[in-house]
Write a protein that binds this ligand. Structure first.
Ligand code: NAP
Length: 302
């Protein structure tokens, strides 16, 4: 089986490549192989690659920048996935695509189900929702996994920012009124690998899921809770840190260009009960990520 993985320089793409290797030949595509800013070229590229399954974590993910780059965000997050979906539908090739908690408006405190109505607050969220809808409209075999608050031991993300700031600053002020599940790219990759490993494989999972599934770590916290846990995890490992206070602040005290949902909780019932895949608590994912940072970089404690 030829498995095409896009976005391999990204958090999820780079975690997927090694985890999907046991299931076939992985064609690891960066933007030089598949450029999502050129949707017209995608079908030709796919004709050459001839994948049996497409896994597409590549995306325009710069949430604040997207407010000023609407066209670019929609091109990469909606027009390009639509082109991919058309090729895949024509060849009956399953397409696994990723989306986001930012398709919701964040109202209330109840975890969002797949059946809840999306209402994005940001251009990024709207572009990802347009991608979801385009793939669904094409109507080929597809599964869209919505995830949340992704981080990895590499790349630019909240986890890495806090690791750095904790060594530089006495005091951190972190948003405490947005709630969601910090989800390590490893947890996402393990869940996707479990879909490949299931009897009947990806096609069976697509049939059972109805094409849309919420996929995140279990349980939730706030960004403040996440930052506090990162710092505690580093301290437990003996890392010398400067931060002595992590102060909770409101979203309104940390102005950014794009509005974020306050409630990013995703209901994982479909994932666990329909697909039989359970994900670990977010704090377990964090523990593993901290171990990976020190194992991979050879960075010394302190
Ligand atoms: N990050 C989050 O917190 C978060 C939360 C919820 C959902 N998601 C979704 O989860 C999926 C994976 O996100 P991630 O965190 O792994 O993203 P990421 O780390 O930002 O990686 C994005 C990947 O997409 C590639 N890419 C961007 N523009 C491209 C283009 N024009 N052509 C080809 N490739 C392009 C990037 O390549 P370059 O390195 O060359 O730029 C990179 O490999 C995405 O669908 C995202 O929307 C992410």
């Amino acid at each position: 089986m030829r498995i095409l993985v896009t976005g391999i320089t990204g958090q999820v793409g780079s975690a997927l490549v090694p985890r999907l290797a046991p299931f076939g030949t992985v064609i690891a595509a960066d933007r030089t192989l598949i450029d999502l800013t050129k949707p017209d070229e995608i079908a030709g590229r796919l004709d050459e690659i001839k994948p049996d399954v497409i896994v597409n974590p590549a995306a325009y993910t710069a949430v604040d920048k997207a407010e000023d780059e609407r066209e670019a965000a929609f091109l990469v997050n909606a027009t390009a996935p639509a082109a991919m979906a058309r090729w895949a539908a024509d060849k009956r090739v399953p397409l696994l695509h990723f989306s986001t908690d930012y398709v919701f408006d964040g109202s209330g405190t109840t975890p969002w189900k797949e059946t809840d109505a999306p209402a994005p607050l940001s251009v990024y969220g709207a572009s990802k929702l347009a991608g979801e809808r385009a793939i669904r409209e094409v109507g080929g075999p597809h599964l869209i996994a919505r995830t949340s608050w992704v981080y990895a031991p590499v790349g630019a993300n909240f986890f890495r920012t806090i690791m750095r700031l904790a060594k530089e600053r006495e005091e951190l002020r972190i948003v405490a009124d947005q709630f969601g599940a910090p989800t390590s790219a490893s947890i996402i990759a393990e869940a996707i690998a479990a879909m490949f490993a299931a009897p009947g494989g990806v096609l069976q999972m697509i049939g059972r899921s109805g094409g849309l599934v919420h996929l995140a770590a279990s349980n939730v916290t706030s960004w403040h809770g996440f930052a506090t846990a990162i710092i505690e995890g580093l301290r437990a490992r003996g890392v010398a840190l400067k931060t002595s206070r992590v102060l909770p602040i409101a979203t309104s005290e940390y102005p950014v260009k794009a509005q974020r949902p306050l409630n990013s909780r995703l209901d994982l019932t479909n994932l666990s009960q329909t697909l039989g895949i359970s994900t670990p608590d977010w704090s377990i994912g964090l523990k593993t990520a901290i171990e990976e940072v020190y194992a991979n970089s050879g960075e010394r404690n302190g």
